[in-house]
Design a binder for this molecule. Structure first.
Ligand SMILES: Cc1ncc(C[n+]2csc(CCOP(=O)(O)OP(=O)(O)O)c2C)c(N)n1
Length: 625
């Protein structure tokens, strides 16, 4: 067994003496560490295995203590973390003891932004590059972006601008033909055609020759001007982004460290907006992930058993995601107007099942949330009943479309807002903590949050019948095994689940479980509480609220959402407007501060939203009443 190279790498500076062969060996060791760690902790496996050689080559070719590196999304930063002094903490990936699964400047100066949403890297990198240019630092700024994120509006807006600048920015297009699922759309088709283009290797000789003849320290921009024709020979002819004003090079084999190093050394010397097209394979080096990259995009812990890879028991059937889409498919059987839209998340939102059942009524628009929402508006105006399946955190990107294209037109669009609330190990970039706040004030919106499957079914039916914009939010969690109440769902009406006299809990959506559990515990101790499932964050059931306040010494409002602008705020506003005693109303919501990566259960406990925590709070309130 040869000595470990990786153990000797404590910072990117330790790569300096290594040649291509050693770097390739190092890449193998990093890949093994990533696979071993994700097997225990879970994480974004396929994307990370695809960029190991690219990461090693980038840190070897550039000095990111002065140059700048921005990862798009940031879900592929594991090798980068391992190389930038975080090897030990990486073993506790996504746990409170270890590193986050995404870049984080609180962990390392090599991470420039806290990221997790797709498409922003070229914009932020361009800003950095322009700042470096203003400071005459000579630093190169590199953005690494996948072919999936490249199709997002934000990335294209940035490319549109970049070509008009003289910024020293290098865009690395990490093309693996996959977002989470196969990349969709015209850009993806274009890039596939580009795969047939001659490799960078065959084109670069002439430009290298030109560059090699330059005196050291000469302004390359000037030299390029002089040797423009030669550079032209090396660029990819007719590359679409050439037309945007970026010089475009490639494709390079992203698993060949030697080829990558050569290309990056060339790129280093061109101080202009430029793009290097790199081909990689998601899951490279780990057969199960390479064969099924979508299944291994965000992997659960796994182990090898009798030569087969097995993941933790498959609990998919019990998730909110599964239940929601099962209800949707059921309704779509008899209502042909129902169509479904996803922004590159057919697996995550569960809509793949809808797509299989109704392929002609399903649209995957790529990582383009703004387009998804505006498209839904058009479909609704055209007489259909669009349902947008989307994570709470990603719907944030489409706020203006929610207002301008849906609310302003009062169109019947239904949003299934998945991952609403705390999401666990993905951490602050992925929590769905703001959706009530960013939709509550939009005219005509109805906001619902089911506590159980029966409530969800009732809400979805109403939403599709009612017309007007609706959002139904549910968490990354399992659905309660049985329903809390049989009371039919009516718009803006809460349901009282149990009655007591010592205090009342008005709980929204997933927090009803904690409220019911708390009330059960306290009843055993002689403290009888009323519990109501609020069902709607908008409109608030003012009558129920007034009764709860009138009949109890205190009312505790629960929500798996941030406090400012959330359900508790809505309740207080409603109480104030209705002349109801607001001083009796108390709130438990998720704090405004960032909630770091940990299990969802631990995050709920820290927020005071478990049965135990709610019981403790109820006791304190009763003691003070
Ligand atoms: C705005 C936004 N929408 C959706 C997602 C969910 N998501 C995470 S990674 C990913 C696919 C990214 O594909 P690509 O950019 O090609 O990178 P790769 O994983 O292939 O390296 C998606 C859709 C996200 N992070 N951000």
């Amino acid at each position: 067994m040869p000595d470990s190279l990786l153990e000797k790498i404590n910072s990117p500076a330790d790569l300096r003496g290594l040649g291509a062969a050693d770097l390739a060996r190092l890449a193998g060791e990093i890949r093994a560490l990533i696979t071993k760690t994700v097997a225990v902790r879970g994480g974004h496996l396929a994307s990370n295995l695809g960029v190991v050689e690219l990461t090693v080559a980038l840190h070897r070719a550039f000095d990111f203590s002065r140059d700048r590196l921005v990862w798009d999304v940031g879900h592929q930063c594991y090798a980068h973390k391992i190389l930038t002094g975080r090897r030990a903490a990486f073993e506790d990936l996504r746990t409170p003891k270890g590193v986050s699964g995404f870049p984080s400047p609180t962990e390392s100066p090599y991470d420039l932004f806290r990221t997790g949403h797709a498409g922003a890297s070229i914009s932020t990198a361009l800003g950095l590059a322009l700042a470096e240019k203003a400071a005459h630092s000579g630093a190169t700024t590199v953005a690494v972006i996948g072919d999936g994120a490249l199709g997002s509006g934000l990335a294209l807006e940035a490319l549109n601008h970049a070509g008009d600048t003289r910024a020293n920015i290098l865009v690395i297009l990490n093309d693996n033909q996959m977002a989470i699922s196969p990349t969709v759309g015209g850009i993806a088709r274009y890039l596939t055609r580009m795969r047939a283009a001659p490799a960078y290797d065959n084109l670069k000789a002439e430009v290298r020759d030109v560059l090699d003849r330059l005196p050291m320290g000469d302004s390359l921009a000037k030299a390029i001007h002089v040797f423009k024709d030669a550079v032209k020979e090396a660029v990819v002819p007719d590359h679409v982004f050439e037309r945007f004003g970026l010089r475009c090079f490639g494709p390079v084999d992203g698993h060949d460290v030697g080829a990558l190093l050569e290309a990056l050394e060339d790129m280093k010397r061109l101080e202009m907006p430029r793009l290097l097209h790199v081909h990689t394979c998601k899951g490279f080096g780990f057969a199960p992930a390479a064969e099924e990259p979508a299944a291994w995009h965000s992997a659960r812990p796994f182990k090898e058993h009798n030569g087969r890879i097995v993941t933790d028991a498959d609990a998919e059937e019990t998730t909110w995601t599964h239940a929601a889409v099962a209800e949707l498919v059921g309704l779509a059987e008899s209502d042909r107007r129902i169509v479904a839209i996803t922004a590159a998340m057919p697996e995550g939102t569960g809509l793949l099942r809808f797509a299989h059942r109704f392929p002609d009524r399903f649209f995957d628009v790529g990582i383009c949330e703004e387009h998804a929402v505006a498209l839904a508006a058009g479909l609704a105006r055209g007489g259909l009943r669009p349902v947008v399946g989307i994570y709470s955190t990603f719907l944030q990107r489409a706020y203006d479309q929610l207002f301008h294209d849906v609310a302003l037109q009062a169109l019947p669009v239904v949003f299934l807002v998945d991952r609403a609330g705390l999401v666990g190990a993905d951490g602050p970039t992925h929590h769905g903590l703001y959706d009530i706040a960013y939709m509550r004030h939009l005219p005509g919106f109805t906001l619902a949050a089911p506590a159980d499957r029966g409530e969800f079914a009732g809400m979805l039916r109403l939403a599709l019948e009612a017309g007007g914009p609706w959002a139904i939010r549910y968490p990354r969690d399992s659905v309660p095994e049985s329903d809390f109440s049989r009371e039919p769902v009516a718009v803006g009406r809460a349901a009282v689940l149990r009655r007591g006299r010592k205090g009342a809990i008005l709980a929204l959506g997933s927090t009803v479980s904690a409220a019911v559990e708390a009330a059960g515990r306290l009843a055993a101790e002689g403290l009888d509480l009323t519990v109501a499932s609020a069902r709607f964050a908008k409109p608030v059931d003012g009558e129920c609220l007034a009764n709860l306040v009138a009949e109890h010494p205190w009312v505790l409002v629960l929500e798996d959402h941030t406090g400012p602008g959330g359900f508790g705020s809505a309740v207080l506003e409603s109480a104030a407007a209705g002349g109801v005693e607001t001083r009796k109303i108390h709130r438990v919501a998720v704090a405004e501060t960032l909630v770091e990566h940990a299990g969802r259960a631990a995050q709920l406990a820290a927020a005071g939203l478990t049965g135990e925590a709610v019981a403790a709070r109820a006791k304190t309130l009763s003691a003070g009443a």
